[in-house]
Ligand binder design. Structure first.
Ligand SMILES: [Zn+2]
Length: 434
């Protein structure tokens, strides 16, 4: 009898393990190119009602491609619908589960034995590993670095940024500030990894490389590698979901969790490009700043009166974007020329490193209208002149599942773009803050 129960238990265990391991087996991502307004409307309105879809890149304009993730069970039906509507598409990723497994090595045992382990920038790291590493930075660069607790997440995790500045950091005259953050969308792993690379390399080059030293001496830097700490942890958890995007807060829905933290900022909140549906990936939340993570970061940034540069890093699509995001039905921002000049120079600097092509322009026209996003708020409400949303690698071959061998190239090219921005902030000086 006992044996029988053991067998039952073992079978249950096996079933749970297998069902987790194969969560996205046979799922595919299709790239669809709508060529007319009516094809855009089919994708935006009809398709999601007919077939469950997770947008990796949502429908926006004619001739702006759309990436749609379908489960294996729905794939044939999705292809039939697209064929019947005459929509053009190709398969971007044939098996999402295989792509997940191929994109990263098993969790490392970094820091479990000793805090002196060299941090491996070429790997994706869990929140715990990144946090441990940030603590070592404070010890390694005591005159340069301090850790800042920006707030506490819905699930009680600390949102931790690194602040650093070089010579004269105790001087009474304020230096202009530059804020970079990553991982606002949980599944966009290359964004925290790139921020980690940029942070580690700037610090390592201080006092050795003339340009870096000047930029660290002249500015007050803030880097927050993982913004959405709960969501990011959930993408790593055994019982989590690698494809999770949102926060992990409870919503008015009994079955759906989380808010899109880049649709939750208090700037034209709840207008174009967001959803009121708590089950949607771009759910705007019940009110602006409903998310404690967004509210905490926004309050912190607003309180630092010297910040005049801001980048919210995402993946994927390779875009360097300035405000406005909330509408495309507006004249450019009053500072558009200056903002766009830096975008162009950053894109050129990125291109010079490995040849990656980054498009640039306003958020609403470059990717799609998205209201309540961070860069609109930091510019429009806070008055931070150089506010950007940047989509890192790639352009869709791997999408959110970028293999680890692209982390360092992404870090190298992004660092070149960040330096262009840092020079611009240094030149612009302190902001005309609201
Ligand atoms: Zn994103």
């Amino acid at each position: 009898m006992k044996m029988k129960w053991l067998v039952v238990l073992f079978c249950c265990f096996l079933f749970v393990s297998l069902s987790r391991a194969t969560k996205y087996s046979d799922d595919a991502v299709l790239r669809i190119l709508p060529r007319t307004e009516s094809e855009v409307a089919i994708l935006r309105e009809e398709l999601p009602i007919a077939i469950p879809v997770s947008w990796w890149r949502e429908p926006s304009y004619v001739a702006n491609y759309v990436d749609a993730h379908f489960s294996g069970a729905n794939l044939a039906e999705a292809r039939d619908l697209l064929d019947a509507a005459g929509l053009e598409y190709v398969t971007l990723i044939e098996d999402v589960q295989e792509a997940i497994e191929a994109s990263h090595s098993p969790p490392s045992e970094l820091f479990t034995a000793s805090n002196d382990v060299e941090f491996d920038f070429s790997k994706y790291h869990s929140l715990e590993e990144i946090s441990e590493w940030m603590i070592t930075l404070e010890k390694t660069f005591p005159d340069l670095v301090s850790l800042v607790d920006v707030g506490t997440s819905f699930e009680g995790r600390t949102i931790k940024a690194v602040k650093f500045s070089g010579a004269n950091s105790n001087s009474t005259s304020a230096k202009p500030g530059l804020w970079l953050d990553g991982g606002i969308h949980a599944r966009e792993w290359v964004s925290p990894a790139t921020n980690v690379y940029v942070l580690g390399n700037l610090l390592a080059d201080y006092g050795k490389d003339e340009e870096t030293t000047k930029l660290i001496d002249g500015l007050e830097w803030y880097i927050l590698p993982v913004f959405n700490v709960d969501g990011y942890s959930y993408t790593w958890a055994e019982d989590g979901d690698r494809m999770w995007r949102k926060t992990r807060s409870t919503t008015s829905s009994k079955i759906c969790t989380g808010v899109d933290p880049n649709r939750n900022w208090d700037m034209h909140w709840g207008e174009a490009g967001t959803s009121k549906n708590p089950c949607a990936d771009d759910f705007q939340g019940n009110s602006a700043f409903s998310e404690i993570e967004v509210k905490s970061v926004a309050s912190f940034i607003q309180a630092q009166k010297n910040i005049n540069g801001y980048v919210n890093f995402h993946s994927y699509s390779q875009l360097w974007m300035s405000p406005w995001g909330y509408t495309d039905d507006l004249p450019p921002t009053p500072d558009y020329d200056a903002q766009n000049e830096v975008s162009a120079a950053a894109a050129a600097a990125i291109n010079a490193v490995h040849g990656s092509v980054f498009q640039y322009g306003p958020i609403s026209k470059t990717i799609y209208p998205a209201s309540g996003s961070s860069a609109d708020w930091t510019y429009g409400v806070c008055g931070i002149l150089y506010s950007y949303g940047v989509e890192l690698r790639d352009t869709g071959k791997y999408g959110f599942l970028l293999p680890e061998d692209q982390i360092i190239p992404s870090g190298e090219e992004t660092l070149a773009g960040v330096k262009v921005l840092a020079h611009a902030v240094l030149e612009a000086g302190l902001p005309d803050r609201k």
